[in-house]
Write a protein that binds this ligand. Structure first.
Ligand code: ASP
Length: 303
């Protein structure tokens, strides 16, 4: 018997203390948005879309409004969704500033057309469907400008981006009453990233994965290393070998740390609705909603 569930994260890293409350409120609101969909009999793909949309609207997260700036001071977004029923997906990378990349990748999944579009091609398809590029000015925040100025001042090498304190990429996984799994991730990437740089977030197997036979995951951390370690697929392989979700998530992240020295976080669920939430970074904000809870279970660090 599968037990419907929604789990979201608001990014791994070192979340500064002044953001702890805000991050908790943001992920809890997102988990409720996703759970409302499942509770009303909706689909897992709709639940993850609603959850991620809520965090794209929240300027404290690095997705949609509040996305980080690349080396030339522009917001470029990456996002993806996968449905576990037939592995349908939609993904965009290096997308010019848009409020809801989640809506665009969701439309790609529904249309069952090209599954991965980048840059000008992604923008062209978005505009054809009526999604508007609003420009960096519409989405940039004071915090992001300050981060960008600091990176410029420090002379950060854009080809060697540093993953440090951001901790605010967003992701969601869900299981619905039909037994369908879904996963979604949305991000601006890493502060002062190189032009054309794409991390793990839009890449199935690294940034997210959903497969009804195994599970659904969304990861966060330094994209360069999450890509190398194919962390989400590694976690699913562990589920296939019989691991519980927490053990599988921990294995995938510890393997990445061992092989690449990189820290990160992951939310993982299996087809029965068991949950694994783990991070090797100092923090990762997360929230979970299911039938047994009257309000979201949430956290940002292990005690
Ligand atoms: N994984 C994202 C990237 O590298 C960043 C993050 O998770 O915060 O683009």
């Amino acid at each position: 018997m599968s037990k419907p569930v929604v789990v979201v994260h608001g990014g791994a890293g070192r979340i500064p203390e002044h953001r702890w409350d805000g991050a908790m409120r943001g992920v809890e609101t997102a988990a409720i948005s996703g759970w409302d969909v499942i509770n009303a009999g909706g689909r897992a793909v709709d639940a993850v879309t609603a959850a991620v949309r809520s965090m794209e609207l929240d300027p404290q997260f690095n997705a949609g409004l509040g996305g980080v700036l690349n080396v030339s001071g522009e917001i470029r977004l990456d996002a993806a969704i996968q449905c576990g029923r037939r592995l349908e997906m939609g993904a965009v990378a290096d997308l010019p500033a848009m409020r809801h990349p989640s809506a665009l990748v969701r439309r790609m999944l529904d249309e069952d057309c090209s599954s991965f579009l980048v840059g000008a091609g992604a923008l062209r398809q978005a505009e054809e469907w009526g999604f508007e590029a609003v420009g960096t000015e519409a989405l940039v925040t004071e915090t992001r400008l300050a981060q960008w100025r600091a990176a410029k001042h420090e002379g950060v090498d854009e080809q060697r981006p540093v993953f440090g304190d951001e901790g605010d990429t967003v992701g969601a996984v869900a299981l619905d009453a039909n037994g369908d799994l879904a996963a979604m991730t949305s991000t601006g990437g890493i502060v002062y990233k190189a032009i054309g740089r794409v991390g793990d977030s839009p890449v199935v197997g690294s940034g997210l994965v959903a497969d009804n036979e195994l599970g659904a995951a969304s990861s966060t951390g330094k994209g360069e290393d999450l890509l190398k370690a194919v962390v989400c697929q590694v976690a699913l392989d562990r589920l296939h070998r019989g691991d519980m979700c927490l053990t599988a998530a921990r294995y995938a992240l510890e393997r990445m740390q061992r092989r690449t020295m990189s820290l990160g976080g992951m939310i993982l669920i299996n087809p029965y609705g068991e949950v694994g939430i783990h991070h090797t970074s100092d923090h990762m904000s997360w929230a979970q909603m299911d039938d047994s809870l009257t309000k979201p279970l949430s956290g940002y660090q292990f005690s």
